[in-house]
Design a protein around this ligand. Structure first.
Ligand code: HEM
Length: 445
């Protein structure tokens, strides 16, 4: 393991050259998250690897993550392949990909919509969307028919994010938007013709919704689009331009959909393998909810349920990699990081760091007792990133999970089909591939 830093007698750090992986990078393409994990096991907490054309470093210590995201965060931006090539082609200059000064201005404007008290507005729509999903599961249950729960979660989270953005009254358009977003995510290659056509179509739909709204503002709506349309910049009192609204809408659609779907899917996968944990959640739900739908007021009492969600995101952090570009040279853990390097952090590897997570591969919700959380190194657990660019939708996503998990378990026993090959597919997000087959049986309480 690397020492945190090395210094002369005068305390001046001497940067060293980081250990370098020189082998074949084929694994980097095939299963980059496992490749990263192996690098940390073989080389320690800072390792250089080849990701042409620039030097790239994987840093895998909570202190280093904090250094890159917070303490020296100003030295890093998001000028990376993922952002510039893949995401920006869809999200333009929205929150996810933009840089200062635009990013700061936009984050300030949008942040209030995600404050806890505003999120309460979304609880009902989450319950409604989950209820609809459960009707579908009931059909599978009635036929004892295996179904892909990852697919259901994708549909559900897309339904939730489109309703949160655009409200209820766009059912047909919501389906069209949903299909287009899925196509973009699946193709993930901005140069492909189909990708460009789909994006053009999505743009037309989103701009036409913005147009409609401009013509009939207000109407007591409390959706995110309304907030984007009404918000005014503090300095000028002006409203956002349509293009910027479009970019923010796309950012929320892209950032808010697949990440949450994967989180829920992996959670079902883990629960499918740990029936004793399921029983404990069921017991808590019976005690706290007594058959009711969960509400925000119940969350503080659903303590074990919350631990299960956190532990699922530890083992399968949907945003498995967070990368940045160093603007100027830096020193991390005593190692020299040249200017323009890519510095990658991986929640997947950090969450499996044996110094902070004993027996890291084991699913154990009890890691998230208040005592353990208080004693854990800051930044050892970063499913939503950290620092100024931390996920704006973290509470939204947690709320979704705290609604969907209880509502489903109150009604159904889910069973994982045995011996199905499920791959951890790490592209932009960590997806179960090809899906997760389960059966559902109705619970008779
Ligand atoms: C479990 C689900 C989610 C996970 C694991 C997740 C993870 C993350 C992570 C790690 C980042 C930081 C990326 C970086 O620093 O490079 C991020 C940023 C972001 N997320 Fe999430 N996210 C989730 C759900 C959501 C939801 C539901 C929304 C919106 C409805 C959302 C919107 C965003 C946005 C807009 C950003 C960019 C924030 C900024 O740079 O200011 N995310 N997310």
């Amino acid at each position: 393991m690397n020492s945190l830093s090395q210094s002369t007698n005068e305390g001046i750090p001497i940067p060293r050259k980081a250990p370098t992986f020189t082998g074949s990078a084929r694994e980097l393409v095939r299963a980059p998250h496992r490749f990263f994990l192996q690098l940390t096991r073989d080389y320690g907490d800072v390792v250089q690897y080849r990701a042409a054309p620039e030097p790239a470093f994987l840093v895998n210590h909570p202190d280093f993550a904090k250094h890159v995201l917070v303490s020296n965060g100003r030295n890093y931006n998001k000028d990376t392949y993922l952002n510039k090539y893949m995401l920006e082609s869809v999200t333009g200059q929205g929150l996810l990909t933009s840089e200062n000064p635009l990013w700061r201005k936009q984050r300030r404007l949008i942040q209030p919509a995600f404050h806890r008290h505003n999120l309460a507005n979304f609880a009902n729509l989450m319950c409604d969307a989950a209820s609809q999903m459960l009707v579908q599961i009931e059909r599978y249950a009635a036929q004892a028919e295996p179904f892909d729960i990852a697919n259901e979660m994708m549909r559900l989270t897309l339904d939730i994010v489109t309703r949160a953005l655009f409200g209820y009254n766009i059912n047909q358009q919501a389906t069209a938007i949903g299909e287009a977003v899925n196509t973009l995510i699946e193709i993930a290659k901005p140069r492909r013709r189909k990708f460009q056509e789909t994006l053009k179509y999505l743009d037309e739909v989103v701009f036409s919704i913005i147009d409609q709204r401009r013509q009939e503002p207000g109407n007591g709506r409390h959706d995110l689009l309304d907030m984007l349309l009404q918000a005014r910049y503090e300095e000028t009192g002006e409203r956002m331009r349509d293009r910027q609204i479009r970019d923010e809408v796309m950012s929320l659609l892209i950032a808010g959909h697949e990440t949450t779907a994967n989180t829920l899917s992996w959670m079902w996968y883990l629960l499918g393998q740990h029936p004793a944990v399921v029983e404990q959640v069921e017991a808590e739900l019976a005690r706290v909810l007594n058959g009711r739908f969960p509400t925000l007021a119940d969350f503080p009492n659903l303590i074990y349920t919350n631990k299960v969600i956190k532990e699922s995101m530890r083992l399968y952090p949907s945003a498995w990699s967070i990368s940045r570009r160093a603007l100027e040279a830096d020193i991390i853990g005593g190692y020299h990081i040249p200017a323009r390097s890519i510095v990658a952090l991986s929640p997947y590897t950090l969450h499996r760091h044996p110094a902070f997570w004993p027996n890291p591969e084991q699913f154990d919700p009890e890691r998230f007792t208040p005592e353990q959380e208080a004693n854990r190194r800051h930044f050892a657990y970063i499913p939503f990133g950290g620092g100024t660019r931390k996920c704006i939708g973290d509470q939204f996503a947690l709320m979704e999970s705290m609604i969907v998990l209880p509502m489903t378990l109150q009604r159904f026993r889910l069973c994982l089909i045995l011996n199905q090959p499920i791959e951890e597919h790490a592209l932009v997000t960590l997806r179960p591939k090809p899906g997760i087959l389960m059966t559902a049986a109705k619970r008779h309480l």
